[in-house]
Design a protein around this ligand. Structure first.
Ligand code: F0G
Length: 417
């Protein structure tokens, strides 16, 4: 398939008619929730099946009604559903949940100083941040009373979708790049009973296949839960809420590893919504980290290119972010620009060294893509993008056990710290 730019495959989407907010006798979304095009700004009704703008074909963001009732500091543990008032689903919708969110925020004084925290998203039920989005996405899928869900994945989306689908009693169909997925993730998907199809090529090919064959054709049996789905991303914005609640305010910067670029966009959206609701008095700079061999966004940003600079042959040890055509590139560039942040690239050596530093000096086990956050932070300090005394949160997106082969590389030939 020949796809010249990140969002273009979606230009060919057909819109299949109005769905509204009622499904059967379930009211799915809160009053006032809308979808807005990230490129032309057109507004659309809240439709779970609408993924691209009917006017220009670009991706959509959920627009929340102004919230005046939310207050910080209520009793109870942190979690995705604690922030239900700030999420688009209507109050009567019963969540498909495994207790996602509420992940630890720990300081890493030995490797980065007392002002730097790691948000351990590997502590989510399936071991990655994807669970924050899947709890919403699969809740919607179940409410739609359809057969199941479908995703393309570098592994974690697959593991998460398959667990939540199993919990909801739904079918889960997964497309993976052959040979490109860490063992732990593939086995998780199989454990939870997903149907797995391996695609020759990269993640980008697997995603294009899913979009062309299942979404574009207007099939409504399987609900697509890749990050083209703006409802899924709403769950992921809750990491911003937890960070603010734990720190008692927004940090100076948040560092996020970037692949398909849904997460950095979602986290920024979370901070923006808090800012607009007067719930924080400052917004952090968003720093996106990409592996040097798979850095389409870092290149697009640093060259001020108007179109996405696609990487046709992405390579990196961090298989979760081995992505050459991030679909959310418009959203991610906006997140970095609006927040006055930056994109940074790190080499595989730097990623492995950061993984080892976190493991050996802080007791924090993360997979390579997550270690990119620390590698990116260290480089940002070196390059003067971040001051050492600034309060910074590094998002550690997935657990070390996801990728035993990467651990083996470190154990067999440990980098010098
Ligand atoms: N870190 C981990 C551990 C991931 O699994 C991913 C993405 C990212 C970072 C990047 O997040 O795509 O929102 O920019 N994994 C996807 C997957 C692509 O299929 O599991 P992103």
């Amino acid at each position: 398939m020949n796809v010249p730019a990140g969002i273009q495959p979606f230009l060919r989407f057909r819109y299949l008619g109005y769905c509204g907010v009622w499904f059967g006798n379930i009211r799915l979304f809160k009053d006032g929730v809308r979808l807005r095009c990230v490129a032309c700004g057109s507004l659309h009704p809240p439709d779970p099946w609408l993924f691209t703008c009917r006017v220009c074909g670009a991706l959509l963001d959920v627009v929340m009604p102004a919230n005046t009732s939310f207050k910080w500091g209520r009793a109870g543990r942190l979690s995705v559903w604690r922030y239900r008032d700030l999420l688009p689903l209507a109050d009567g919708v019963e969540p498909v949940s495994l207790g996602e969110g509420g992940t630890p925020l720990v300081r890493i004084p030995r490797v980065a100083g007392v002002n730097v925290f790691v948000k351990l998203e590997g502590s989510n039920p399936t071991g990655s941040f994807k669970d924050r989005g899947m709890t919403l996405g699969v809740t919607i899928a179940r409410s739609l009373k359809i057969e199941g869900v479908i995703v393309a994945s570098t592994g974690n989306t697959a593991a998460s979708a398959s667990a939540y689908a199993a919990r909801a009693g739904l079918r889960c169909l997964i497309f993976l790049p052959r040979g490109g997925v860490a063992k732990g993730k593939l086995l998780q998907a199989l454990l939870h009973g997903a149907e797995v199809v391996e695609v020759d090529g990269f993640f980008d090919d697997a995603l294009e296949f899913v979009l062309e064959e299942y979404v574009l054709r207007g099939s409504r049996n399987l609900y697509p839960l890749n990050s083209i789905n703006p409802w899924r991303l709403e769950g992921q914005k809750t990491v911003a809420f937890e960070i603010v609640e734990e720190l008692g305010g927004a940090p100076d910067a948040v560092v996020v590893p970037v692949g398909n670029a849904g997460n950095i966009s979602a986290i920024w959206k979370g901070f923006k919504e808090l800012w607009e609701a007067d719930l924080i008095d400052r917004r952090p700079r968003m720093i996106g980290v990409q592996a040097a061999g798979a850095a389409p966004l870092a290149i697009t940003w640093s060259t001020r290119s108007r179109g996405l600079r696609i990487e046709e042959n992405p390579t990196t040890i961090a298989s979760a972010i081995r992505i050459g055509k991030p679909v959310n590139w418009v959203k991610a560039i906006k997140a970095v620009e609006e927040s006055r942040g930056a994109f940074i690239t790190v080499t595989d050596e730097e990623i492995l060294k950061a993984m080892m530093m976190l493991a050996k000096l802080e007791g924090v086990g993360v997979e390579p893509s997550s270690a990119a956050s620390l590698a990116g932070y260290l480089k940002a300090v070196e390059e003067g993008l971040v001051d050492r005394d600034e309060r910074v949160v590094l998002v550690a997106t997935g657990h070390a056990l996801k990728d035993p082969d990467a651990i083996k590389i470190l154990v067999d030939s440990p980098p010098r710290l």
